[in-house]
Write a protein that binds this ligand. Structure first.
Ligand SMILES: *Cc1c(COP(=O)(O)O)cnc(C)c1O
Length: 534
């Protein structure tokens, strides 16, 4: 009885067929809940609090599948109706990798306990180092818990590299980190958790293209150094989460080098937070003149613009590939990559500290420098995806996202006289509606009052509510903090509320664009009608 609940140990065909039968049932269950006319699977779910007891008796596999089905009811499913965020539809190679990962259940902490994933991790590190332009003989990397995990691990390296005693003595009191005001909150959390404290996070202004303002960075780093503070770490956002603004890594690096020289400082750590944008480095070597994949001219122009920015990622000390975003693999699959793997030595444990693993005479890959102990083998789904997609597969889908967004922007501006597109071409389009004519230029230039800006925010926030009600039809995203703008009557800046279109699956195609626009128009009419009633 007990053994029947486990895979066979002898590869018996009969037992495999039973297992395949269950998988088939599971896949069928999910497939039967799919409906291209809706964004969600099946029906609305049950009340999750109704039943809290673990069953006393073992359940049948039929029961297990039934219960799983119940949980999947009402789940969002990424088809062409989902255009809200970077929640990917994992591709089939990555799903195969994920199944292999669980079949062998390797622990990526130590190659003896997880040789498949460890080998995949070593290969991935080399492959992606080549893409970035890191020297693969020197670089290192490991999969970790998301873009957030990469920021945390990079900050830990920055502290330990400059203050090797800090592991024993704690973190010095006068360390400062710098990131744009539109950076992801990952750094904020990492500063809480490392004990540096969020008061020591210096936020840098952004430009109209949502990249970090380099003069402001220079001034603020200078000010910290002059007062005797230690500029420790700069986070360059390469693809901001909402608007895909890309910081100029080359200029950021230059500022760091200047400050180091002027104040005789140790090297300042530079992490490129490429969780959102990292996959676009796959165009670094794309021949835009020959254009072997035949992208249309407008798409090529955007690829050229992005190439200029992403080619400099190699200047960063570390970066991340968040495959579960634009890399089309399941959660959590992120590779943290460092230029110089000898840095891991600053945070590695001594053998005496790891009595369970790694200090025996066998195995040669023991990752005791990660913040995790056991690690899932998510290098397998990533590796499988790279093999299944290839560079061209990724280039094709990433170019499709640009293509769709170009078409979406054009159609949006054609249909609505009261809209402004508020970011550069990328997989994301942010757009802001106005009660009358678009006032985006005036807002950006700080020519509007606080009340005027907040009224327009309110208008967009209420419209987002209307869109949200109809999200089963098409699910748009939104953000209350696309960027900050100056206002005429107050010192403080105002944040800007916008709607968001995010193309994240191959099913979001140029052909679909009219549907998205029709939907927005229908909801806008309903919104205006409802306002007249109030
Ligand atoms: C999404 C994102 C993160 C966090 O990544 P997770 O994988 O969700 O942990 C960090 N930085 C940026 C810029 C992001 O877009």
């Amino acid at each position: 009885m007990e053994q029947a609940l486990y895979p066979s140990i002898d590869g018996s065909r009969e037992e495999r067929e039973q297992f395949v039968g269950l998988l088939e049932e599971l896949l069928t269950t999910v497939d039967e809940m799919k409906d291209p006319d809706k964004m969600t699977l099946g029906k609305l779910p049950d009340d999750p609090y109704a039943n809290r007891d673990i069953p006393q008796q073992p359940g049948t596999m039929k029961k297990v599948i039934q219960e799983l089905k119940e949980l999947a009811q009402g789940h969002r499913f990424v088809n062409h109706r989902y255009v809200a965020n970077a929640s990917t539809l994992p591709n089939i190679p990555s799903l195969l990798g994920q199944v292999m990962m669980t079949l062998v259940n390797g622990n990526n902490l130590w190659d003896v306990e997880g040789s498949a994933a460890a080998r995949a991790e070593v290969k991935l590190t080399r492959m992606l180092s080549e893409v970035i332009g890191y020297n693969p003989e020197k670089s290192g990397g490991f999969t970790t818990w998301g873009g957030q995990g990469a920021v945390f691990q990079s900050l830990r390296l920055a502290i330990a590299r400059q203050f090797p005693d800090s592991n024993e003595e704690g973190v010095p009191p006068n360390l400062y980190c710098f990131a744009s005001e539109l950076s992801h909150y990952s750094l904020f959390k990492a500063m809480q958790a490392t004990g540096i404290g969020t008061n020591h996070l210096i936020r840098i202004k952004t430009n109209d293209d949502h990249s970090m303002n380099i003069e402001d960075l220079q001034e603020k780093m200078e000010a910290v150094a002059e007062k005797g503070g230690i500029p420790l770490y700069v986070l360059a956002s390469t693809g901001t989460t909402d608007t895909f603004g890309v910081d100029d890594v080359k200029q950021v690096k230059k500022v760091c080098t200047n400050i180091e020289a002027a104040h005789q400082l140790a090297p300042i750590y530079l992490h490129a937070d490429s969780a959102m944008g990292g996959m676009y480095t796959f165009f670094n070597d794309y021949e835009t003149e020959e254009n072997p994949l035949g992208f249309r001219n407008q798409v090529i122009d955007e690829i050229k613009r992005l190439q200029k920015k992403f080619r400099h990622l190699r200047l960063a000390d570390s970066l991340v590939f968040d495959f579960h975003k634009l890399g089309q693999t399941p959660y959590i699959s992120s590779l943290f990559l460092v230029k110089d793997r000898s840095m891991f030595g600053y945070v590695d444990l001594n053998e005496e500290e790891t009595p369970y693993v790694g200090n025996r005479g066998y195995g040669n890959y023991h990752t005791s420098y990660t913040l995790e102990c056991s690690r899932m083998g998510s290098s397998l789904p990533i590796y499988a995806s790279l093999i299944g997609m290839g560079v061209e597969g990724y280039q094709t889908i990433l170019a499709q996202y640009l293509d769709v967004n170009i078409a979406f922007r054009e159609a949006l501006k054609e249909r609505f006289s009261n809209v402004a597109v508020t970011n550069e071409v990328s997989p994301i389009t942010t757009f802001r509606f106005y009660p009358g004519r678009p006032m985006w230029e005036a807002e950006k230039e700080g020519r509007m009052s606080s009340e005027e800006v907040t009224d327009i925010n309110e208008y967009n926030s209420r419209f987002a509510e209307v869109l949200g009600e109809a999200r089963d039809e098409i699910y748009f995203g939104n953000t209350s903090r696309q960027r900050y703008v100056a206002v005429t009557d107050r010192e403080e800046l105002e944040s800007v509320y916008v709607q968001k279109f995010f193309s994240i699956s191959p099913y979001t195609t140029v052909d679909r664009v009219p549907e998205y626009i029709d939907f927005l128009e229908k909801q806008m009419n309903a919104f205006h009608k409802s306002m007249q009633l109030i």
